[in-house]
Design a protein around this ligand. Structure first.
Ligand SMILES: Nc1ncnc2c1ncn2[C@@H]1O[C@H](COP(=O)(O)OP(=O)(O)O)[C@@H](O)[C@H]1O
Ligand SMILES: [Mg+2]
Length: 291
């Protein structure tokens, strides 16, 4: 068996995957998509005998297009192009979740500042959350508390943003619950491999920010994978045609809602918080399914 890994930077996750492949004596090759070029032919010219290729590029579009090319050449790539395309775009993800009746926060899309303000003021109400439709690590996810903060955020996007920043993805703000003085997690991350939820963590935001991404200082704790969490996470993964994904959920006054699915999920945070060897789960899954 030979596994390929498409990457652009050697991350903690890739080192873990390498160590598991070596432990299991699986042959592998790392392919830096910044160091090669692709011939647009039908030939499997990268390496004839990859049984499966893991897409682990940190750059979303480079990963997405590498996957498109490799799939056309006949390689099996995880996640597949459909999944990367759907999960990498919060608008397309929301449509898939909606089609599958998977609970998700109330969301509106608008293309102009005035219509975005109307969406917030007539439908969502303040506080609202605005997110780039393509983005990760909490970047440019902002809370709009009132008319003036909404106006200034939208105006900045309209004047300074790139074309994607001008697609306004607006969502109902879900407050973090506090019970007996104990803060419940801001959001939950479930790491899915095939049909299995292998690890889950609750993330807590800091005092200074409503976002709980680990990349911006959020703290993580291991949580139990209840049947509800498992069921929703697997449904969300399937909705975006995922195989190895990270599902983010929030508890909205007692109802779990899916907020996004990550198609190239990092796992340092969840592996460290839970002490679960996520890389071992991924390699075992590849060995069971793609030999
Ligand atoms: N509707 C919401 N209400 C309150 N907080 C939210 C909401 N959506 C996202 N957040 C917070 O912002 C963080 C980043 O949002 P998310 O949709 O996961 O985008 P990203 O892809 O950048 O991680 C979440 O982890 C959560 O802490
Ligand atoms: Mg997220």
């Amino acid at each position: 068996m030979k596994i390929g890994i498409i990457f652009n930077r050697i991350t903690w996750e890739i080192k873990q995957l390498i160590s598991e492949m070596e432990k299991n004596q699986v042959s592998y090759k790392l392919v830096n998509n910044q160091k090669i070029y692709f011939k647009l032919t039908n030939e499997k010219d990268l390496d004839d005998n990859f049984d499966v290729i893991l897409e682990r590029s940190l750059s979303y579009l480079r990963g997405l297009y590498s996957c498109a090319i490799l799939e056309s050449k006949g390689y099996k790539v995880i996640n597949n192009f459909d999944c990367l395309n759907l999960s990498g775009n919060k608008l397309l993800t929301s449509l898939k979740l909606m089609e599958q009746n998977i609970p998700t926060p109330q969301t509106c899309i608008a293309f102009k500042k005035e219509s975005a303000l109307n969406a917030i003021e007539a439908t969502i109400n303040y506080p609202a959350v605005i997110k780039p439709i393509v983005g990760s690590w909490g970047r440019l996810v902002a809370r709009l508390d009132d008319h003036s903060s909404a106006t200034s955020n939208l105006e900045s996007r309209e004047e300074l943003g790139n074309i994607l920043q001008k697609i306004y993805y607006l969502q109902k703000y879900i407050p973090t619950e506090e019970e007996n003085d104990l803060k419940s997690p801001t959001d939950l991350r479930v790491f899915v491999v095939g049909d299995k939820c292998v690890a889950a963590m609750g993330r807590f935001h800091t005092d200074k920010d409503f976002r709980s991404n680990i990349a911006i200082g959020g703290r993580a704790e291991s949580i139990e994978i209840t049947n509800e969490l498992k069921d929703l996470s697997l449904k969300a993964s399937k909705a975006v045609k995922g195989e190895i994904v990270g599902v983010d959920l929030m508890d909205d006054a007692g109802t779990l809602k899916v907020i996004e699915v990550n198609g190239t999920p990092q796992f340092k945070g969840v592996a460290t918080a839970t002490n679960i060897n996520v890389a071992a789960e991924i390699i075992a899954y590849l060995m069971d399914n793609y030999i």
